[in-house]
Structures are given as structure tokens and as C-alpha cells.
Design a protein around this ligand. Structure first.
Ligand SMILES: Nc1ncnc2c1ncn2[C@@H]1O[C@H](COP(=O)(O)OP(=O)(O)OP(=O)(O)O)[C@@H](O)[C@H]1O
Length: 293
């Protein structure tokens, strides 16, 4: 499989009134076509910065970023506009930013199709198709203020999908929703990922998102640190088991970041002792006595 999103050593430095902020500090990430991935991280870890770059709104200071064969560093302004219109779709946290308040659900979707220059005759059937796909036919003629937050976000997903993008980027799509609506929206994202095969990247600080996706990538201080992959295994008796494994990112030069909890639990700091076994590496905390100091 080929990576559809590939970020290598991505750096984004903001300079504001003489102060430099390194929002991304060499971030490396690969996402395969058709994957459903959550990027989680604390506030300020660089999630929105990453999404801004992937959506073509912002450009990185250094490194490489490619989405669906487009090089995001060398794109011309015209290519960038086409990329944003045709290759990626986005859903923002603020429901108000996703939809025009004085348009109905159907009109909001139709507008996205018109902006993408879809032939007029195709628009009405496509609107119906999307409303059906997302199970929101009931709000077709309602304006955003007449919908629940979860319904608004599902209409926003329909708008983002209107032009059949290859990649759907969602920035805290459940940030303004209660738990029930959050679950609904996450299940909708999972459903469109499975049914349409669209690659979905959800950026959030909400850990519960992990329960709805197969892959969760953690970012810390502008870098990917660990990731968790989940799958379901059926044993010989037919019983299903959910298997979850944690991975650390190993960069090109062999640097490995250990999860913070591991370091705390084993009181690891400054340096660790390594032992190479036949098929794995052991990492041990060091004490003064072991060091022979
Ligand atoms: N336009 C900007 N100018 C200066 N610094 C910025 C700008 N945008 C973001 N930053 C800084 O870059 C770092 C990463 O910010 P970013 O918004 O990407 O984090 P985040 O993980 O999305 O956080 P949150 O969950 O709070 O949105 C932060 O230290 C932030 O203050």
C-alpha cells in the first residue's frame, strides 16, 4: 500500500513579535489510503497546525508533506485552490464555521457542489444521495439553528464530502457536542470511511475518540510520539477479542520516544541501559549501583 498522507520531518515555526514558537518540531506521519486515524494530543501540541498544513491553508517552514500525490510545499497558488476544492474536505469544531446559517441543510450541500462547479443537473440528486448516506433526510429543509449540534455536524460532513474528496480532515469535530452526539458523529465518520473508502483524519484532544478508530496517533511537542493500533481477532472457539497494541515511532536516525507513563513508572531519566536480544531490545532504568558510579 502507498501512503496517501506522508509528512516527513515537518517543521512549522511561528514568529510573532520577535518570539519564535516551534509548533511542529520534525513531525513524521504516514497514513494509508482508506485509513481512519485519530491524532490526539494535549492543547498546544501542534494538532491544529498539522491540520492547517494538510488542508492547504498553511505552509510548513521545513520538511516534506504530501497528500494524495500533491506536494504541499511546492504547490502553486492555483494548485492549492484546486487541492482545497477537490482533494480534501474539512469539518471544523465550530459548527457555525461549517455551515451558512441562513441556508438549509440541502442548500448548504448544494452550495458546496456549485462552488466545485458540479453540473447543475447533478446537484439535486447528489444532495439527496448525501442526505441519505448520512441519515439526515429529516433536516433537509432546516437551517442550522433548527438542528441539534450532532445534526449540524453530520450536515457539515455531507458538505465536506459533497465533492467526493480523497481525504476528509476533521478538527475537533465533537468539541462542542455532548456525549451522545459525539458518539453519533464519530460513528458517522467511521461509516463514511467504511462505505466510501475516504481517508479520514480526526484531530482531537478527546481521548474517547480512540474507541471509535483503529489507529490513534499521539502527538506531543510537535512530534508524533506513540500510536495504538486495534483490531478484532476471532479465536478457535469463535469468540471475538479486541486486541490493542501500542507502538512508538522510530525516526530515520533511530530515535525512539518512550511513553511518558513508562518513564514515570520506572523512573527513567537521562539515560537507560539497552540490551540487544535475538529478536528484541530491552530498555532498563539505570541506578547508580548498576552504572558502577
Ligand atoms: N498563529 C500563531 N502564531 C503564533 N503561535 C501559534 C500560532 N498558532 C499556533 N501557535 C502555537 O503553536 C503551538 C501549537 O499550536 P496548535 O494550535 O497547533 O496546537 P493544538 O494541539 O491544536 O492545540 P489546541 O488543542 O489547544 O487547539 C502552540 O504553542 C500555539 O500557541
Amino acid at each position: 500500500m502507498t501512503a496517501q498522507i506522508r509528512c516527513t520531518d515537518l517543521v512549522r515555526i511561528y514568529t510573532a513579535v520577535g518570539v519564535e514558537v516551534q509548533a511542529l518540531q520534525g513531525l513524521t506521519l504516514e497514513v494509508e489510503r482508506g485509513e481512519l486515524t485519530a491524532i490526539v494530543g494535549a492543547s498546544g501540541s501542534g494538532k491544529s497546525t498539522l491540520l492547517g498544513i494538510l488542508s492547504g491553508l498553511d505552509t510548513p517552514t521545513a520538511g516534506r508533506a504530501e497528500v494524495a500525490g500533491h506536494d504541499l510545499l511546492t504547490m502553486t497558488a492555483r494548485e492549492r485552490t484546486r487541492y482545497r476544492r477537490e482533494t480534501v474536505g474539512f469539518v471544523f469544531q465550530q459548527t457555525a464555521r461549517n455551515l451558512l446559517p441562513y441556508y438549509t441543510a440541502a442548500q448548504n450541500i448544494a452550495l458546496a457542489l456549485a462552488l466545485a462547479h458540479r453540473p447543475r443537473a447533478e446537484r439535486a440528486p447528489r444532495v439527496d444521495e448525501l442526505l441519505g448516506l448520512l441519515g439526515i433526510e429529516g433536516v433537509r429543509d432546516r437551517m442550522p439553528a433548527q438542528m441539534s449540534g450532532g445534526q449540524q455536524q453530520r450536515v457539515a460532513i455531507a458538505v465536506a464530502l459533497a465533492n467526493s474528496p480523497e481525504v476528509l480532515l476533521a478538527d475537533e469535530p465533537t468539541g462542542e457536542l455532548d456525549e451522545a452526539n459525539s458518539v453519533l458523529v464519530l460513528e458517522t465518520l467511521r461509516d463514511v470511511n467504511e462505505r466510501l473508502g475516504v481517508t479520514v483524519l480526526i484531530v482531537t484532544h478527546d481521548d474517547t475518540v480512540s474507541g471509535h478508530v483503529r489507529r490513534t496517533v499521539q502527538i506531543r511537542d510537535g512530534r508524533t510520539s506513540t500510536e495504538v493500533l486495534r483490531h478484532t481477532r476471532t479465536d478457535e472457539t469463535g469468540a471475538e477479542h479486541h486486541v490493542e497494541r501500542e507502538y512508538a515511532v522510530l525516526d530515520r536516525v533511530g530515535r525512539l520516544q518512550l511513553p511518558h507513563e513508562y518513564l514515570e513508572r520506572l523512573r527513567m531519566r537521562d539515560r537507560v541501559r539497552l540490551e540487544l536480544e535475538r529478536d528484541h531490545v530491552q530498555v532498563h532504568p539505570t541506578g547508580d549501583e548498576e552504572d558502577g558510579r
